[in-house]
Design a protein around this ligand. Structure first.
Ligand SMILES: Nc1ncnc2c1ncn2[C@@H]1O[C@H](COP(=O)(O)OP(=O)(O)OP(=O)(O)O)[C@@H](O)[C@H]1O
Length: 279
C-alpha cells in the first residue's frame, strides 16, 4: 500500500487585497483573494509531486503551507499523520530543519560562507561537530559534482553551480521531504535540463519525497510522478503525466501543454491499451 507523507484536508487561505498596500487605497473595497480554496490532497512518500499553474494561481502559497511558512486560514496540514497546527514554535523549527528542506529560485546562499560551509549550515545549527559536518557536506558536494569548488564562495560560481550548492545544502540533512519553489526557473535552458537530470538521478538513488512548483509544463512532465494543476486557488486536476495529457480536465489544463511535445506520454498510454504482459 502506498503511504501518504503529507496530507491536506480542506485547506483555505485568503488574503485581503489591501495587504501591503496603502491604507485608503481603492483595493479596500475588493473581495479577499482566495489563494487556496478548499484544497485536499495526499502526497505519497517517494514521489515527485509537481504543482503547476498560471502566475497567481496559488502554487507558492500551497508549497509554503506544507512547512507552515504560511499558515492556512482553516483546514489541516498533516506531516506523517501529525497536524502541523498542533506543533509549538520549537517543534516547527526542528521539523523544518530536519524533515522538510527547501530550495528557492533565488538560491538564498550565504555570500560570506564558503561553498562547503553553506552546505554544512543545516548540520551546524543541528550541533553536528565540525569534522563530521565537513565530511558529510563534502560527500554531498561530490554527489552534485562540486567537490572541487568546496573552498570557493558563492559569487565565484555560475547560477547553475549555485543552485547545485542550494540543492546539496537542502539534502545534506537528509530531509524526508524537499520543497522546491521554481528552483530551476532562473537558469538558462541547458543548465536547467542538467539540474532536472541531477534531481532525477538523486531521486532514483534516494527516493525522497519532492514537491516541486513550476510554471513550465515540460519540466512538470519530465519530473513529475504526479502533477497537480492549480487555477485560482483550486486544484483542478491531479494525476500522472499520462492521465493529464490523455484526459485533461478542462481547456485550462490543456492550455498548459499546448506547444509541448507530449508524444512520449501519449505513446505510453497507447501501448498500455494494446500491450499485455505475457506471463
Ligand atoms: N502576502 C500576500 N498578501 C496579499 N496577497 C497575496 C500574498 N501572497 C499571495 N497573495 C495573492 O494570492 C494569490 C496566490 O499567490 P501565489 O504567490 O501563491 O501564486 P503563484 O501561483 O505562486 O504565483 P507566481 O507563479 O506568480 O509566483 C495571488 O493572487 C497573490 O496576489
Amino acid at each position: 500500500m502506498t503511504q501518504s507523507i503529507i496530507e491536506l484536508r480542506r485547506v483555505f487561505k485568503s488574503y485581503s487585497p489591501s495587504t501591503g498596500k496603502k491604507l485608503f487605497s481603492r483595493e479596500e473595497n475588493k473581495p479577499p483573494v482566495n489563494a487556496l480554496d478548499d484544497i485536499s490532497l495526499q502526497i505519497t512518500a517517494g514521489e515527485i509531486f509537481v504543482i503547476v499553474g498560471l502566475s497567481g494561481s496559488g502554487k507558492s502559497t500551497l508549497l509554503r503551507t506544507l512547512n507552515f511558512l504560511i499558515q492556512p486560514g482553516s483546514g489541516d496540514v498533516l506531516f506523517q499523520g501529525q497536524a502541523l497546527g498542533s506543533l509549538n514554535a520549537r517543534e516547527m523549527i526542528e521539523l523544518r530543519r530536519s524533515q522538510i528542506g527547501m530550495v528557492f529560485q533565488s538560491f538564498a546562499l550565504f555570500d560570506e560562507r564558503t561553498v562547503l560551509d553553506n552546505v554544512a549550515f543545516g548540520l551546524e545549527v543541528s550541533g553536528v561537530s565540525r569534522d563530521e559536518r565537513h565530511k558529510r557536506a563534502h560527500a554531498m558536494l561530490e554527489k552534485v559534482g562540486l567537490a572541487h569548488v568546496a573552498a570557493q564562495y558563492p559569487h565565484q560560481l555560475s547560477g547553475g553551480m549555485q543552485q547545485r550548492v542550494g540543492l546539496a545544502r537542502a539534502l545534506v540533512v537528509n530531509p524526508a521531504v524537499l520543497l522546491m519553489d521554481e528552483a530551476f526557473s532562473a537558469l538558462d535552458p541547458i543548465i536547467r535540463r542538467d539540474m532536472q537530470s541531477l534531481l532525477l538521478v538523486l531521486q532514483a538513488e534516494q527516493q525522497r519525497t519532492v514537491v516541486f512548483v513550476t510554471h513550465d509544463m515540460e519540466e512538470a512532465l519530465r519530473l513529475g510522478t504526479r502533477i497537480a494543476i492549480m487555477e485560482e486557488g483550486k486544484l483542478v486536476q491531479v494525476g500522472t503525466p499520462e492521465n493529464i495529457i490523455n484526459a485533461p480536465a478542462s481547456p485550462y489544463v490543456r492550455h498548459f501543454f499546448s506547444g509541448v511535445d507530449t508524444s512520449r506520454w501519449q505513446l505510453a498510454e497507447s501501448f498500455a491499451d494494446v500491450w499485455q504482459p505475457t506471463l
